[in-house]
Design a protein around this ligand. Structure first.
Ligand code: ZN
Length: 162
């Protein structure tokens, strides 16, 4: 029997180190909801959120290492164009899944198309970025037994799969 976890609902606006807004929940109908302790949000944010109460507004700064990690130069690779799917129509910014150096599935982005070769980046687009979250805690409640069994939050702002 595991202890009941909490479901936390919050609004956020995410900005990168240059102050550019990357994402916000403010334009959705419901705040974002997550089940605690399930790594549904980045570790640095979850740690800070755990200390907040309903109604709290905070600016939470998360260093790259506690966000999407530090960019790995080994994941920036140049490959022959013909090895790639859709090789005739590749364009900068295209994304596709492929095996990384350790065999794991990674999402690669096309950085540059250079004649017969293509430069790819398998890092998360926010790798290496220090992030700032402006958060407002909207609700905190105990998870239902069903949510505990599924490992995620249900309802507005959570999973909609029932
Ligand atoms: Zn579910």
């Amino acid at each position: 029997m595991t202890a009941t976890k909490r479901v936390i609902s919050f609004h956020y606006t995410l900005t990168d180190s240059s102050g550019e807004v990357i994402d916000t929940s403010r334009d959705s109908d419901a705040p974002f909801s997550y089940l605690e302790g399930m790594s549904q949000i980045i570790p640095g944010l979850e740690k800070a959120m755990a200390l907040l109460s309903v109604g709290d507004q905070r600016k939470i700064e998360v260093a790259a290492a506690d966000a999407y990690g530090v960019a790995d130069e080994q994941l920036v690779v140049e490959v022959p164009r013909e090895k790639l799917p859709n090789s005739e129509e590749l364009a900068e910014g295209d994304q596709f899944q492929a095996n990384g150096p350790n065999g794991e599935m990674l999402l690669f982005r096309v950085l540059e198309v250079m004649g017969e070769s293509v430069k790819l980046d398998g890092n998360h687009p926010l790798a290496g970025e220090d992030l700032t979250f402006d958060v407002e805690v909207m609700a905190i409640r105990d998870a239902t037994p069903e949510e505990m069994a599924h490992g995620h939050a249900h309802g507005a702002g959570g999973h909609h799969h029932h």
